[in-house]
Design a protein around this ligand. Structure first.
Ligand SMILES: Cc1ncc(COP(=O)(O)O)c(C=O)c1O
Length: 504
């Protein structure tokens, strides 16, 4: 015994010794009431200092694994360890459940729809255009560290205790003003802080999902894959409305609504839409709000990318366009413009809706981490936001223009869309199957996201792809797009690459 103890460099030796002894006790290698070696003996056996063993023995006693008899030494306590006879680790009659078979439809669908599990993995040295996460090299760590230290100094003890389901009040007040500055009328509205857009969306869908029938949702087509996934997981039937260069096709939206007024909700991303990057025009925003008001359909507005505007005038969100009306639920997030790791988002909507979401949130997760919320709050009130957004916008705009220029030079047959944000969307002539293109590019060390993932129906958008440029170096943007171009030519050169009239 004690021959297999190996020190690892990354943790205090006292803890390693204590855990090693605990494992021996739990496994039954050291039996109840057995005397432990003296601290001097064990220090020799494990090749650690005697003080280390003394401290480890104290820890074992504190944790109830040993007891000391003064003047005699330390003994193993009567620990309830896994009993092989009762189906413990070594028993042949071990209790074995088939967890895969136990999974319900929701859990199974979650795996089937999980792109991260099926997606292409970037090998070392691969040029990857798949991410639309921010570039971490831009993060102003010093300012974030200061925000953490400042807030901890002010109320660290309060922050470490339970907080409120609705969120951290100073942050809510800040974000309410932030939304008012976007033209939102706050009367009758309240806010709930969530763990990013994704949790907010999940909560809203859970609240609006009909329980006695399948729900029915409208959205832009294509749209955010996570939104499609969650709509499906909540058993919504999805009707996608095609996109035009200035946003959703309003005539088609109206035609769909005239044909059937059975929709429970609409999910829309009017600014720097994912994946097309399109911004919905102010005229279309008004038309959409009028239609939704007429047909009494709640709108979930996704405001995730609003700050990543590189040109053109500010366009008010749909919730502002709706004025005092309460039909729009706005879900905001700083995941693109600031730090997705903080997982802070917000839902702004009618007071009665937020009241229900608050109770649902309390039942599910109690609240979003107050530490995260308060760091974000302090970062914002320290005046860092404008400074950081200015720097980030400048850098992303530069990369956006570089990516656009490279696509125009090397992929002239593809139609480009994207007015801002961290990605561009390419639509090729229909002969170009982007899944096949991806396979060819992967062999050449370049990956991107085939666009069909963003479409509502299977088989749509097979000639499209999304290029996320935020985390790709300038050199790799140029090289990667050149490689994609070479592969388009080598794989699809047999067919004509001209753009058909019906292709947008
Ligand atoms: C359309 C859209 N909405 C919202 C988000 C942000 O989600 P979260 O705030 O949960 O990180 C993303 C991230 O990619 C997105 O593409």
């Amino acid at each position: 015994m004690f021959q297999d103890f190996k020190q690892a460099g990354d943790r205090p030796v006292v803890i390693q010794v204590k855990e090693y002894m605990k494992r021996l006790i739990i496994k039954g290698a050291l039996q109840a009431d057995q005397k432990l070696p003296s601290t001097r003996e064990l220090s020799v056996l494990l090749k650690v200092s005697r003080n280390t063993v003394i401290a480890a023995y104290e820890g074992l006693e504190d944790d109830g694994f040993t007891y000391a008899i003064p003047g005699k030494g330390s003994y193993v306590a009567m620990v309830g360890h896994p009993d092989a006879e009762q189906g413990g680790a070594d028993s042949s009659a071990a209790w074995h459940l088939d967890w895969k078979a136990k999974m319900n439809e929701y859990a199974q669908s979650a795996v089937e729809l999980d792109l991260m599990k099926q997606g292409i993995r970037a090998g070392k040295g691969t040029i990857s255009f798949t991410s639309i996460a921010p570039d971490e090299r831009l993060f102003d760590l010093g300012d974030v560290r200061r925000a953490f230290m400042d807030r901890m100094a002010i109320e660290g003890q309060v922050l470490l205790n339970y907080g409120y389901a609705k969120g951290y009040k100073p942050l809510i007040d800040y974000l309410m003003r932030y939304m008012e500055n976007k033209g939102v009328d706050p009367s009758g509205k309240e806010m709930l802080i969530t763990s990013g857009f994704t949790e907010g969306f999940d909560l809203v869908l859970s609240a609006l999902r009909p329980l006695t029938r399948r729900g029915s949702a409208l959205c832009e087509n294509p749209t955010h894959h996570t939104a499609i996934k969650n709509l499906k997981l909540h058993r919504f039937e999805i009707t996608g409305i095609p996109m035009e260069r200035d946003g959703i096709n309003v005539e088609q939206l109206e035609a769909v609504l005239q044909k059937s007024n059975r929709f429970d909700l609409a999910y829309l991303t009017p600014s720097y839409h994912n994946p097309t990057g399109i911004v919905m025009s102010p005229a279309k925003r008004s038309a959409v709000i009028q239609l939704m008001r007429h047909y009494q359909i709640p709108v979930i507005e996704d405001g995730f990318n609003e700050e990543l505007r590189y040109s053109g005038a500010h366009v008010s969100p749909l919730i502002a366009t709706a004025g005092r009306g309460n039909g729009v639920i706005y879900i905001g997030s700083f995941s693109k413009v600031l730090f997705p790791g903080l997982r802070v988002g917000w839902v702004l909507g009618d007071r009665a809706l937020i009241d229900h979401l608050e109770s649902m949130k309390r039942a599910r997760t109690i609240h979003t981490s107050t530490i995260d919320q308060s760091i974000l709050y302090q970062y914002l009130i320290n005046g860092n936001f404008d400074k950081y957004v200015k720097k980030a916008r400048l850098e992303y705009k530069r990369k956006y223009e570089l990516t656009k220029a490279c696509c125009e030079a090397h992929l002239p047959e593809a139609q480009l869309s994207g007015d801002g944000g961290l990605h561009l969307f390419l639509t090729f002539p229909s002969v170009v199957d982007t899944q096949r293109l991806l396979e060819a590019c992967t062999d050449q060390g370049v990956i991107f996201t085939p666009g069909d993932k963003f479409f509502v129906q299977e088989g749509e958008g097979t000639n499209t792809l999304r290029l996320g440029f935020s985390r790709v170096t300038d050199e790799n943007i140029e090289r990667g797009i050149q490689i994609i171009s070479e592969q388009v030519r080598s794989v699809f050169q047999a067919g004509p690459l001209g753009m058909g009239e019906d292709e947008i």
